[in-house]
Ligand binder design. Structure first.
Ligand SMILES: Nc1ncnc2c1ncn2[C@@H]1O[C@H](COP(=O)(O)OP(=O)(O)OP(=O)(O)O)[C@@H](O)[C@H]1O
Ligand SMILES: [Mg+2]
Length: 256
């Protein structure tokens, strides 16, 4: 499923907020079909990188190529329409609408050819809600669902746009351990079914280690390590900056 076709090529991107180098000359690539974990302590720059790649924030420097196209100066809606989109760490549901209507917006927006084809868009929305396990809650107003369901709904809304690459920014926050397991299975299943490429931001190490083909570690805006989950767990700089010795050992044991 994973091949060596590079879909995302991030070249020396930076974002400075005044004196703070929130992202400092970060370079990485993502191959088609991969799940790449993006981890690091709070404030490491994970969400800022997402914002820079998707065009939500203007870069201080650097370039981003998606499917060989330089998207560095494109607007978020243009980038989304060519297949690169994201969920938000702080959820952004369309208030006053139902779950189905929120997902439908993704379905209608993602493909301009669906604008005049509500039935087709609705069909896609229903298929996706089923995929993420929200079909029974489709008529709920977004104000009446829990945070984990809101996160699922955001995932559904971007999936309905039929993307090729998705940044998932902490979609598992607030889940209990058995829900985390379910969510991991769901992400893997959806990746396979939709031939999706995923950049996966998460603090729940069990999930990141269990799901990612490769992991990139950030610290103070810089990439400090990149490699297979086991390699990352074993890296002294990562243990020092983020995992801690005891934790790294426990995580490694789980995946031996
Ligand atoms: N709009 C902004 N203005 C000023 N500083 C910002 C802004 N957005 C982010 N920062 C700062 O940039 C740094 C990186 O923040 P970012 O949100 O990318 O971290 P993160 O890795 O996503 O953290 P978390 O795991 O807590 O979500 C932090 O020091 C943050 O305070
Ligand atoms: Mg963040």
């Amino acid at each position: 499923m994973v091949n060596n076709e590079v879909v995302l090529d991030v070249r020396f991107i930076s974002k400075h907020f005044g004196a703070l180098k929130a992202v400092d000359r970060v370079t990485f690539q993502v191959n088609k079909g991969e799940i790449v974990g993006l981890i690091g302590p709070n404030g490491a720059g994970k969400t800022t990188i997402t914002n820079l790649v998707t065009g939500d924030l203007k870069k201080t420097e650097g370039e981003v190529y998606f499917k060989m196209v330089n998207i560095s100066k494109m607007q978020p809606f243009q980038i989304a329409r060519i297949g690169l989109t994201r969920t938000y760490q702080v959820v952004k549901p369309l208030q006053g609408m139902t779950v189905e209507e929120n997902v439908l917006v993704g379905s209608l927006f993602g493909h301009s050819d669906r604008k005049n084809d509500l039935n087709n868009a609705r069909k896609t929305a229903h298929e996706i809600m089923k995929l993420v396990g929200l079909d029974k809650k489709k008529d709920y107003k977004v104000s009446n669902i829990t945070l984990p369901d809101l996160k699922r709904m955001e995932f559904a809304r971007v999936l309905a746009m039929d993307p090729e690459l998705v940044f998932l920014d902490e979609v598992m926050a607030g889940l209990n351990p058995s829900e985390v397991e379910e969510s991991m299975e769901m992400v893997k299943r959806i990746r396979a079914e939709k031939q999706l490429t995923i950049v996966y931001i998460e603090h729940i190490m069990k999930a990141v280690m269990g799901i990612s083909d490769r992991i990139i570690v950030l610290h103070h805006g810089k990439k400090i390590c990149e490699g297979l989950p086991q390699e990352v767990c074993d890296n002294p700089a990562v243990i020092e900056a983020y995992l801690g010795k005891k934790y790294a050992k426990e995580v490694l044991k789980t995946y031996e």
